[in-house]
Design a protein around this ligand. Structure first.
Ligand SMILES: C[S@@+](CC[C@H](N)C(=O)[O-])C[C@H]1O[C@@H](n2cnc3c(N)ncnc32)[C@H](O)[C@@H]1O
Length: 300
């Protein structure tokens, strides 16, 4: 090969890389994904079927609370729907998965949790500085107007009027009972009451979220009294009733993410064969937006 040809090849490569450097970054107002380089984001899930082979137990995460969600859900959601420094509001904070992942990804977080002992425990996962600047944890009932006012004050301290992303991971009715408190969504006398309380939380979340921003509802269904109860779709209905627009319903494989069922798999199989039902292997991650869209009726 002539020497000059090598030189011109190098010059072309330099020109190409310079072009790549100056190519403008194209992002949406609600995330930092550079759409001009969209092919680089291979790890972002854009389908409606999510499967993770195991729970991520690194970077501060652990399976230390029965009912906490796997951190990969937060990683996916925060990448898609938040920008650096945005505030994630989680109204069922539990063991603080959203807060830990928010910090890992340089986002901020406000978490509300009913149980004081969980608030005390989760606080120990963050440094004193983080607890002032980046992660605000509130003990309270997320359905109440008082808690809404408290969240507003924390937002103000953090320099914002509203949050930029909302996470709702409520109890799946009474499947796991978290406390005996009357405000606890896992302690309702009936499933109707659970929906009523959920709707109040959803409305608070709607009011506390910035216009055009997104919310995620993580929820599973249940069986009771020999019948299937669609908690997920009923809660989706309540989200729509308070004003949210549904953007996606994702089905997530939960097998391998739950410890307890693995041990009793054979027992569940027998019960399923005996009772005519199927064993849950999925839950939902539903995505909503606070946006003004034409209603379905207006379209026709
Ligand atoms: C499914 S867990 C959330 C787990 C959390 N996403 C995590 O990763 O650790 C539901 C949480 O909601 C809390 N909770 C129930 N009712 C509540 C209410 N009215 N207000 C605030 N938190 C509530 C429960 O104590 C429980 O910790």
């Amino acid at each position: 090969m002539p020497v000059n040809s090598n030189k011109s090849k190098k010059t072309t490569e330099v020109k190409k890389s310079l072009l790549e450097v100056v190519k403008p970054v194209k992002t949406k107002p609600y995330n930092d994904i550079d759409l001009n380089n969209w092919k680089l984001y291979e790890n972002i899930k854009t389908g409606t079927w999510w499967e993770f082979s195991s729970r991520d137990n690194t970077k501060g995460h652990s399976y230390d609370y029965h009912g906490n969600y796997i951190p990969q859900i937060a990683t996916q959601l925060f990448t898609r729907y938040t920008k650096k420094d945005d505030i994630v509001l989680d109204l069922f904070f539990g063991s603080g998965t959203s807060g830990i992942e928010a910090r890992n990804m340089e986002r901020r977080c406000i978490g509300v949790e009913l149980k004081q002992e969980m608030v005390d425990y989760v606080s120990s996962k963050f440094t004193p500085k983080e607890l002032v600047v980046d992660v605000n944890i509130i003990q309270g009932d997320s359905a109440s107007p008082e808690t809404k006012e408290k969240v507003k004050s924390r937002l103000e301290i953090m320099g914002k009027k509203q949050a930029q992303f909302l996470v709702l991971h409520p109890p799946y009715d009474d499947i796991i009972k978290f406390s005996d408190k009357k405000e606890d969504l896992s302690n309702c006398a009936t499933t109707e009451e659970f929906y009523e309380l959920f709707k109040k939380v959803a409305l608070n979340g709607y009011d506390l979220l910035e216009q055009n921003r997104f919310a995620a509802l993580i929820i599973g269904d249940k069986y009771a009294n020999s019948r299937y109860i669609s908690l997920g779709f009923e809660c989706q209905k309540r989200m729509e009733e308070v004003g949210f627009v549904t953007k996606a319903v994702i089905v997530k494989n939960i097998t391998g993410n739950e410890k307890a069922k693995g041990k009793t798999a054979n027992l569940w199989r027998y019960r399923a064969l005996n009772g005519g039902f199927n064993i849950f292997e999925h839950e939902y991650i539903m995505i909503f937006q606070k946006t003004k869209l034409k209603s379905i009726k207006e379209k026709h």
